[in-house]
Design a protein around this ligand. Structure first.
Ligand SMILES: C[S@@+](CC[C@H](N)C(=O)[O-])C[C@H]1O[C@@H](n2cnc3c(N)ncnc32)[C@H](O)[C@@H]1O
Length: 188
């Protein structure tokens, strides 16, 4: 109830609607599907950005294959848990993705299971695309998932569908490919 009220107030104030509760012990269907899609081969020699690290599942499984993995979260507890893993090539930053951001690096793969779920409006969603397009190495990809993409905050934010994803991606010279329940977005 309070979360919904807070989200509605944030929306009226035109501020990004975000959850800062600890998700580190939860796993959603979209996250499970992303984990099934990812393989050690895909990560080998690659730089990765994981948006919304939750339980650091991706870093736990794939850090030994990747060149490095960076993660962002807005939950300090998730960051502390990530640091306790002591993975030398895994670094976590506190960042709100609904504000344009950069970590001063380029990534081969950006993984975001709820790409647009909590954006209060298209401006904030465009800010995400701009950040991701700027951080993406040429020809590489952004991975998201169909259920995670449709997920939204009932009555506050709107879900995103394939058509909307294609339209906004094209504005940033990105091209969307659907593979099973995954959306793979690449530079044109
Ligand atoms: C419900 S999932 C959402 C995952 C999704 N990738 C996202 O960013 O919305 C919760 C995870 O996403 C993170 N998260 C939620 N809102 C965020 C935001 N605005 N910026 C960065 N991470 C966020 C949380 O810290 C947590 O790790």
């Amino acid at each position: 109830m309070l979360t919904r009220l807070r989200a509605k107030i944030l929306k009226v104030l035109h501020r990004p609607v975000y959850f800062d509760s600890d998700f580190s012990d939860r796993q959603s269907q979209d996250q499970k599907n992303i984990l099934l899609f990812l393989t050690p081969h895909l990560f080998t020699g690659k730089s990765i950005l994981h948006v919304g690290i939750r339980n650091s599942e991706i870093a736990k499984r794939f850090s030994s294959y990747a060149t490095f993995i960076d993660g962002i979260t807005i939950v300090k507890r998730e960051k502390r848990k990530a640091e306790k893993l002591n993975l030398s090539n895994y670094k976590v930053y506190i960042k709100n993705k609904y504000r344009k951001f950069s970590l001063g690096k380029k990534y081969d793969i950006i993984i975001d299971n709820n790409l647009a779920s909590y954006g209060c409006c298209e401006k904030h969603i465009r800010d995400i695309f701009e950040s991701y397009a700027n951080m993406l190495n040429n020809k590489e990809m952004i991975i998201t998932e169909i259920h995670g993409l449709q997920h939204h905050f009932e009555g506050v934010t709107k879900g995103f569908d394939y058509q909307k994803l294609k339209k906004i991606s094209s504005e940033f010279s990105l091209f969307v490919n659907r593979i099973g329940s995954m959306y793979v977005i690449k530079k044109i």
